[in-house]
Write a protein that binds this ligand. Structure first.
Ligand code: PA5
Length: 439
């Protein structure tokens, strides 16, 4: 994996080195803000062997007895697994002919129409459920789990359902943990010191990812390799380069980062990245706003803004080197579209030139481009990329001076929603809010 930050002046990067040294030290020694939640830093090297083997065993069982796995979770308890599955197995994973179960993600919204569509898609097929919640109290997955648990018990009986429901939650706390203990579900633990958006390499992500037939050993081995690389302080460290470059740009007024990739299978990786950076950095009136585009599709929608809109953007392109696929442009005897000059050229070659042309155009338009290159589209390289983004995010948060591991702002909507729904104890507040909305 390589990071190209040549779009940023070396002097600007160098000026951040002393802050980076401090941030690096705080992250590795667990002495910075939010240090109770830095367990992910050493996770790929210290994973609980027994827990990991249980995850693999459960995945095998689900592959054997289910045609569908329903993953109930939201935010960090959902995006990582979906991102890895769609990137490595393709965004059409559920539509493909395969010998692993379909994986549907539920409990990540409150839409009745979404829920109805999933019910229809599951139909009368055999299914298992993996309910994931670190706090065990999040409304969206809790409401969804009530529903799917009832359906599962109706179909398989209480005892049968017990063998099909897997929970991933805190070791001791939360309503979900209590429920698991009373119902006897197989339970996987989210380590205390790993927050939701940093949890894809724990059972949170690993169980659904393994069910989809992805080699979780390779994913973790890539992450462990990058952990070794990121542990070394200095500007050779790709996470240092990236964190320094994006912070230098932010300080120069580039407050929006657009993550771009030319592979549509990357769309959910970008969603995962947006949560990671948005929730880690966006606080105390600060933070780079993370946006994402999928090229070349979005060159025909957002491309105009990127080229000529408000000059507050910089772009980070994730480039996948050694793209597979040999599809080439066919010849047309009439050449009405004038494209015969492309005959025999592979789509990968055309895509590469699209990237090179776009890079120059956007740089010329005043949008600095950082480039993160992955060696290959495989589990090993993806493990590296995941750890790289996590480590760089921790560093970046410390450079900004915030706690990158909390999310206090997420509570505001929940409180209002509960009050408006008439939660006991919130009645007065509910009346006040309703009066404001209804006037
Ligand atoms: O990163 C985070 O901590 C959050 O986005 C959580 O993942 C999200 O709110 C879901 O929380 P929980 O796993 O407690 O249901």
């Amino acid at each position: 994996m390589k990071v190209d930050v040549s779009a940023v002046e070396q002097a600007a990067i160098n000026s951040i080195i002393p802050e980076l040294e401090k941030a690096h030290d705080e992250l590795l020694s667990g002495t910075g803000k939010g240090s109770d939640f830095t367990g992910w830093v050493k996770l790929p090297g210290t994973r609980d062997r027994d827990e990991f083997l249980r995850v693999k065993k459960a995945a095998k069982k689900i592959q054997g007895d289910s045609q569908v796995l329903l993953v109930v979770g939201i935010g960090g308890s959902y995006l990582g697994a979906r991102a890895v599955i769609e990137f490595l197995r393709g965004s059409f994973y559920n539509l493909r002919r395969k010998d692993t179960p379909d994986v549907f993600f539920v409990g990540n919204n409150l839409s009745a129409s979404y829920a109805e569509q999933i019910i229809e898609l599951v139909g009368d097929r055999d299914f298992s459920i993996n309910v994931i919640s670190k706090s065990g109290t999040t409304t969206e997955p809790a409401v969804s789990f009530r529903f799917w648990k009832t359906l599962c018990e109706k179909k398989y009986g209480k005892e049968g359902a017990r063998g099909r429901i897997y929970a991933t939650t805190d070791a001791a706390r939360g309503a979900l943990k209590k429920l698991c203990d009373s119902e006897g579900y197989e339970t996987f633990v989210i380590p205390d010191d790993v927050g939701g958006r940093y949890s894809v390499l724990t059972p949170v992500g690993l169980l659904p990812i393994a069910v989809a037939g992805i080699d979780v050993d390779e994913l973790l081995s890539g992450a462990a390799e990058m952990m070794g690389i990121c542990a070394v302080p200095g500007l050779e460290n790709p996470a240092w380069q990236y964190a320094a470059a994006r912070n230098a740009l932010y300080r120069a007024g580039k407050t929006i980062e657009v993550l771009a990739c030319y592979d549509p299978d990357f769309v959910f990786m970008a969603e995962w990245y947006k949560q990671l950076y948005g929730e880690s950095e966006g606080k105390e009136g600060k933070g780079i706003f993370p946006a994402a585009v999928s090229f070349t599709a979005d060159l025909h929608s957002m491309g105009q803004y990127i080229q000529e809109g408000a000059r507050t953007l910089f772009e980070t392109v994730v480039l996948i080197e050694n793209s597979s696929g040999s599809m080439a442009v066919t010849s047309d005897p009439d050449n009405v579209d004038g494209l015969n000059f492309l005959t025999g050229k592979s789509l990968s070659e055309i895509e590469l030139q699209a990237f090179r042309g776009t890079y120059l155009a956007h740089m010329d338009g005043g949008v600095p481009n950082l480039v993160v290159s992955m060696d290959k589209k495989n589990a090993q390289s993806l493990g590296k990329l995941i750890y790289f983004f996590e480590f760089a995010c921790g560093l970046s948060g410390y450079l900004l001076g915030v706690n990158p591991f909390d999310q206090p702002g997420v509570e505001a909507y929940k409180r209002n929603m509960f009050a408006l729904l008439g939660k006991p104890g919130f009645e007065e507040e509910g009346r006040r809010l309703a009066a404001r909305l209804d006037k």
